[in-house]
Design a protein around this ligand. Structure first.
Ligand SMILES: [Zn+2]
Length: 461
């Protein structure tokens, strides 16, 4: 078996790993690369392989850095099956359409700016074709995707429908268990189940996003969130939250709902201003089989909607979104994109970061070269829509909101494996520093072959 690392190699976006087994090609994830504009377009347009030669695609979860380049793959000639969980199919159905819309708008904007014809990375029609290729599977139901290759999805506990992938591969008369971690979640995240860890594998491709950091406890998160909301409300400010439309938004709404029911946050309006988040919340409601016991007990058993309460408003219409600018009293605005690179959040940041009463609350991972990262790093002036804005508002981070395993969780993941059996560990989906730190931690547990592959590198295992 060969493994070629084609994306999210020593970085966090553009997840793509190509397996060659018995002469067939299986792609694990087909994520979009996100970062600096010029590089982004080039990297997403070119693949480390010929798309038409890929036989099957296995998708770990719906986040755009794992799924977002599927329509380009299809546009370039891939016509095989795309296997994922059923919730992932439903989430991709809305996310990829939204992504096509962003690509089309982006091309229009560039076309005007440069005065030349620009073709979008992909269009809605490419997404529609891609959606016809999806095959939805249940967790823990093994499925033969190719002769000699059986796939089982295990709940990764990261977002709705997220999966770790177990591949049982028969090659040259021998069966081997190989694992692809996807993004690994955490215990006690709201809404979804705790991670169901892969075990007993011989080869493992594993994420390393937080390989050198520990998160704050989830248990303290509600307290911390309530404290911030109360403080900003007292000083008459607004709280602006860039949040991924899928996952982070629903988790935050869940916490706010609980705090509201317990009278622990003041009476202020909360807006989820993102059509995609509204749609994604609809998909969450369709998949209660993915919810944990607490969500069933606290909300569903009483006939309550975990994603709705009196002070919460979902905004789809662009005119209603613009009206949020006129609000002069305290409120909370949750909007996408999660790293503050595109979308309505940019308008809310532009309008609110100059006021010291306000607070920008960061709740997710912010990749290098994104506006979210610059705010997290304490920048005093930032560029939004090509203009410089002074930041006078407070910036707070809730690291406990992360849906990614931290260093201890990642090392615990490995402690379930036997260094005698697990022969090859490939670290992906991490910047070089955390990845290197994690590799050292893993070696100290007794594992021998721990690699941090570069993009384009191929290994025979
Ligand atoms: Zn993810």
């Amino acid at each position: 078996m060969k493994i070629r690392f084609c994306g999210a190699a020593q970085e966090v976006t553009g997840s793509q790993h190509l397996l060659t087994v018995n002469g067939k090609k299986i792609l694990l994830d087909c994520g979009m690369f996100q970062g600096r504009r010029a590089e982004t377009r080039r990297k997403n347009e070119t693949f480390e392989f010929t798309p038409a030669e890929v036989d099957k695609l296995i998708l770990s979860h719906a986040h755009i850095d794992h799924s977002g380049n599927i329509p380009t793959l299809v546009k370039r000639g891939f016509d095989g099956d795309i296997f994922s969980t059923r919730a992932t199919v439903d989430l991709c159905n809305i996310m990829l359409r939204d992504s096509a819309h962003i690509q089309e708008k982006d091309a229009e904007w560039l076309e005007k700016k440069r005065g030349e014809k620009i073709e979008p990375l992909y269009r809605l029609e490419d997404v529609e074709k891609a959606m016809q290729q999806f095959v939805g599977l249940q967790y823990l139901r093994p499925f033969t995707v190719l002769p000699g290759v059986q796939v089982t999805f295990q709940d990764a506990g990261h977002i709705l429908g997220s999966a770790g992938v177990l591949l049982e591969i028969e090659e040259k008369g021998k069966t081997r268990r190989c694992g692809f971690s996807g993004d690994i979640g955490r215990n006690n995240l709201p809404i979804i189940h705790d991670p169901d860890y892969l075990s007993d594998v011989e080869v493992l491709i594993m994420e390393s996003t937080y390989g050198n950091r520990e998160h704050a406890d989830i248990e303290n998160l509600a307290d911390e969130l309530a404290t911030i909301v109360r403080a900003v409300h007292r000083r008459g400010g607004k709280i602006i939250v860039p949040a991924f439309a899928i996952g982070r938004t629903q988790a935050l709404v869940y916490f706010l709902h609980k705090l509201w029911d317990q009278n622990r946050i003041p009476d202020l309006p909360i807006y989820v201003d993102s059509p995609l988040a509204v749609d994604a919340t609809g998909v969450y409601r369709l998949h209660p089989e993915c919810f944990d016991r607490e969500t069933h007990r606290l909300f569903l058993e009483d006939g309550q909607d975990p994603f709705g309460f009196k002070r919460l408003n979902y905004i789809r219409d662009v005119e209603d979104s613009k009206k949020l600018n006129e609000i002069k009293t305290p409120c909370m605005i949750i909007s996408a994109s999660g790293m503050a690179e595109t979308g309505r959040i940019l308008h809310h940041l532009k309008n609110n970061i100059g006021d010291p009463r306000n607070c920008v609350l960061l709740i997710g991972f912010m990749a290098e070269h994104t506006l979210g990262r610059r705010l997290a790093d304490g920048a005093e002036a930032v560029k939004i829509f090509g203009e410089i804005y002074q930041r006078r508002c407070e910036v707070r981070q809730l690291s406990g909101m992360s849906a990614h395993a931290d260093r201890s969780d990642l090392l615990d993941f490995l402690r379930r494996h036997d260094p005698g059996k697990l022969k090859h560990i490939f670290l992906v989906h991490g910047e070089l520093e955390p990845m290197t730190a994690l590799a050292a931690g893993i070696r100290s547990l007794g594992f021998q072959n721990v690699y941090t592959p570069k993009e384009g590198e191929e290994f025979e295992v």
